[in-house]
Every structure is written in C-alpha cells, then in structure tokens.
Design a protein around this ligand. Structure first.
Ligand SMILES: [Cu+2]
Length: 511
C-alpha cells in the first residue's frame, strides 16, 4: 500500500471498484456519516459500515498533584452528552468530562490518593481494577458513594508497572454505569528510568497510545441502549468505539507505536490483529510486562482484559487494527455469542517520514515462576448460568476467608455452552493450565482477568493480598457485566489467623 496512498476503502471488507467508490463517496456526502442502523441488525451483530476519518481522541493524562508527598488525583463523576454519531448527542457519563475519564498515572512505591466527588443522581463506586490494595480502598460494591457525597481512598503502589483501569462497581448497575461511559485507564510506571521499559515507546499520546475499546449498542438516533436479555452474554453492541469514537484514525509519527488496549465492553470478545496480518509484539498483559516481547498476529481479550502491543509502521502507509472472529473454543456454532465476525477498530495512518524508535529489548521483566502450589489452599469455583458454586451474590454473605499473603490455587470450571470470565479483586494471579495444557504465552504473565470458555477448566495460582481486614471483603466475579449485575459474584475476607471465621462482613470486628 505504501506509495499508492491510502488503502482503498471497503464496505463489508470487499474492496470497492472506482465507480462504487465514487458512488459511496457521493452517498456519504449526503448522509455522512453512514450511521449504524439497528433496524434489521441481529443481536450482537456489528454494523461494519463505519466511515473512518475522525481523529482518535486521547484521554487527558492526569499525573495528579503531590499533596504532603501523596500523589493526589481528583475525579468527579458527571452526566453529559457525547456524539458517537455527529449531530446526534447521546446521554453519557464520565469522569471529569462527558464520556470516559482521564488516564491516571503513578509510580511504583508512591502513596496515592483518589479524591472522588459523585455528581451523578445515582450512587456509584470507583473500583481500581488490577490494583493490589487494601479491600477498604478497592471500590467494590460495599464502597457506595451517594449522590453529592465524596470519598478519598489512598494506598501505596506496591506492584510492577502495568496498564490498569478504574470503573464503577455498584451491585446491580455496573453495566449501565460503565456502558454510559464511566471508565478510565490507570497506568503504573517503575521508578527506574533505565530499565527495559525505557526502550519501549513511552511518550503518552505520541507513541504510547491508550485504547479503550467498547462495543456500543446505538439506536437509530445514535443513543446508547442496553439489551441484557438479547444474548446469553448480555448486551452486545452494533458499533465499535475506540476512546469513545467510531471510525477513529490514529496519526502515527514514529516507526514503532505502543497500544495499551483495554476491552471495556460489557460482554464482547475481541481478537485484535491487523488487516494485513502483519505481526506485532505483545509486551504486557493485565498486570505488567511479559518476560520478553512476544511476536503474535492476534491477541484475544475478553471483557476487562488488557494487552500492550508494539507495532511497526512504514512511512506513508495505513493499516487497520481489526478484530477478527474470536476463538471461542466449544461455542457451537462458532458465530454464536459474538463470534464469527471481523470488524475494524482504528486505522493507523503513518506520516510521510517517521521518527526512529528504540529497538525492542530482548528481555522485558523478571517474571517469577507461578507461586508454589504444594502448600497452597485449593478452591474450586464452578461457573454456571449466573451463579458461582450454585450461589448468587449476597452482599451479606462471605464465601470464604483466607490468610494475608496466603498461597492459593483455584480450579475454575465453566460448565456452560457460552463464555464467562473471572476477575479477582486486589491481586494479580498466574494461569497454570487450561484443561491440563499450558496457557498460551499471551496469558502466561500477570493476569487479573481470564476468559472461561465453554466447558473449560482453568487453574490459577496467586498469593492473597498482604492486607488483613476483618470487615471489608474482596470480590471475585464474572466480568461480563450483565452476569455480574445478575449476581455472578462472591466475596472473601483476608484475615489474620485466629480472627478468621465466616459470616457477614459486618459481623467481624477487630478485637
Ligand atoms: Cu459470566
């Protein structure tokens, strides 16, 4: 494509003839842009006729302010309007803006505080997804912030550099609040500036690009709608937004660009790759850097998972970041539950000349072997319907207690014919095997969320958070937001030996 200008536009992935192109361009000028029409669109079917051209917005970078040595961020939830389709404002929610939120950024070892004002008419929480922190600051469903109220959780960052995120977690209404736009990235850095990460593209918004990808279910007026009963997975959208924009284009000015991709959808699986099948390097999973750059032609993400990838570009070329039909294991037929479709996400347009980037380092991080499982506490979790181990979430029931820093091995079974996934609060874990087989290399690093494909058993290992608290539980749940809202969640307490028991979180008091 280089040398012949931009690639030929396509509709439904079929290259257009010059005559069709002229006709399509003329039509687009009249009804521009081609609006995804819901009428006649099967549940979960993405309408592919998005025109690409809008510049990809970059969420503002917020490094907070030092207040008595504490890196302090301010987030205000608010209602607003946002135009997914130009001229068609949709009601939305955002942090410090109408839709999505700033990218927060802090360094390992720092004390951080997030001062939150809830300016919504509804109660909310702010959960720090992937953060290793005390349960009382984690922003789970017990940490409700009433309309007009404020809170300011603080903790010390004690984990490797990673791309984490924050989002609401009010029990029963997480899908709506995330779906209306409450989500943002939380980037952690290492204090050393000479480690392998220094050789990765790291200039925010220039060669280090946040990419919050969501399927949106827009109606004919461009408004956000929900369809939790439309599919076993819950709501599947008909349009793909990147940082809140349909058909976005990223101008690339360096010969390597890093994409920090978050699947912030309620229920959709993505399998990200490039339309020309070029290979790229994955450098980080949910909880931090992989041991070494991993060459791939696609990486699949279930809701809430992240991947950092580095892709090389040539001057003047364009390439589409595409989601290919995901591999859904025993899903049958394979195009059920959001499978079977390719669709375009963001187009990367390289400038005519590109600034040189550093070569990727051969090694990225000292990734320790997964925790010793010999003396671990073993637990079994069976995911079925909207229940874990036959139980629906009860805010007043603690499902188990564990020792601070205790070694755990969990056997996690999905007995359904459709997908679930698993997220655990307050920890980063490692995937040991899937049905007894080693995990794919893209899931062999630090994880806080893993897909649970139909009738698969995933085995994971981790250490419990080091923070004892007999009152505030951590959550574990399916991150398909409809499933979570409908009760596919449980909770555990991390307590010192001697105080451990079972019962409602409120029944435990420090002695
Ligand atoms: Cu689920």
């Amino acid at each position: 494509m280089a040398g012949s200008g931009a690639p030929r536009p396509t509709l439904d992935g079929v290259p257009l003839t010059r005559r069709q192109l002229l006709r399509a361009t003329a039509a687009a000028a009249i009804i521009a842009p081609l609006v995804p029409a819901v009428a006649g669109c099967a549940p979960g079917e993405v309408v592919p006729k998005t025109q690409f051209g809008a510049r990809l917005p970059i969420p503002p970078l917020d490094e907070g302010a030092l207040d008595d040595g504490i890196r302090t961020f301010r987030l205000a939830t608010q209602a607003g309007t946002h135009e997914f389709v130009p001229g068609q404002p949709a009601q939305t929610m955002g942090y410090n803006g109408a839709y999505l939120g700033p990218t927060l950024r802090a360094t390992r070892g720092e004390r951080v505080r997030v001062a939150i004002d809830n300016r919504l008419p509804d109660a909310t929480t702010v959960h720090f997804h992937g953060m290793v922190l005390p349960a009382a600051t984690d922003g789970g469903p017990h940490a409700m912030i009433e309309p007009g109220a404020s809170t300011a959780p603080e903790w010390t960052v004690k984990q490797p550099a990673a791309t984490l995120w924050y989002h609401p977690h009010p029990h029963g209404s997480t899908e709506k609040q995330v779906g209306y736009g409450l989500a943002g990235l939380f980037i952690l850095d290492e204090p050393a500036t000479d480690g392998p990460a220094a050789a990765l593209p790291h200039t925010y918004g220039v060669d280090d690009i946040p990419l919050v990808v969501q399927d949106r279910r827009l109606d004919a007026d461009g408004k956000i709608t929900f369809d939790p009963a439309g599919n076993s997975l819950g709501t599947l959208g008909n349009s793909i937004a990147a940082n809140g924009t349909l058909g976005a284009v990223l101008p690339v000015t360096t010969d390597r660009v890093r994409l920090r991709i978050l699947n912030a959808s309620a229920g959709r699986w993505f399998k990200f790759g490039f339309a020309d099948h070029r290979r790229f390097h994955m450098v980080a999973s949910d909880g931090g850097l992989l041991a070494a750059p991993l060459q791939l032609d696609a990486v699949q993400l279930s809701p809430a998972e992240r991947a950092e990838i580095v892709v090389e570009m040539k001057p003047g070329e364009s390439v589409m970041l595409r989601s290919f039909a995901p591999d859904l294991g025993r899903v049958n037929p394979p195009d059920a539950f959001g499978g079977g479709k390719d669709f375009d996400v963001v187009r990367l347009d390289a400038a005519a000349s590109l600034a040189p980037s550093a070569t990727l380092p051969a090694m990225l991080a000292a990734l320790p072997a997964p925790a010793d499982t010999t003396h671990a506490t073993a637990r079994s979790l069976t995911f079925s319907g909207r229940q874990i181990n036959g139980k629906t979430m009860d805010m007043n029931r603690v499902d188990f207690t564990a020792a601070p820093g205790g070694s755990e091995v969990w056997f996690v079974d999905n007995v359904n014919a459709y997908q679930h996934n698993l997220h655990i609060h307050g920890v980063q874990f490692r995937l040991l095997d899937i049905d007894g087989n080693p995990p794919p290399p893209e899931r062999a690093g630090w994880k806080d969320t893993i897909p649970l494909l139909p009738r698969e058993r995933n085995r994971i290992a981790f250490r419990m958070p080091p923070y004892a608290d007999a009152e505030h539980p951590y959550m574990y749940h399916c991150h398909l937001l409809t499933h979570e809202d409908e009760g596919m969640m449980g909770q555990f307490l991390v307590e010192d030996a001697g105080t451990a028991g079972s019962g409602a979180p409120s029944s435990h008091q420090h002695g």
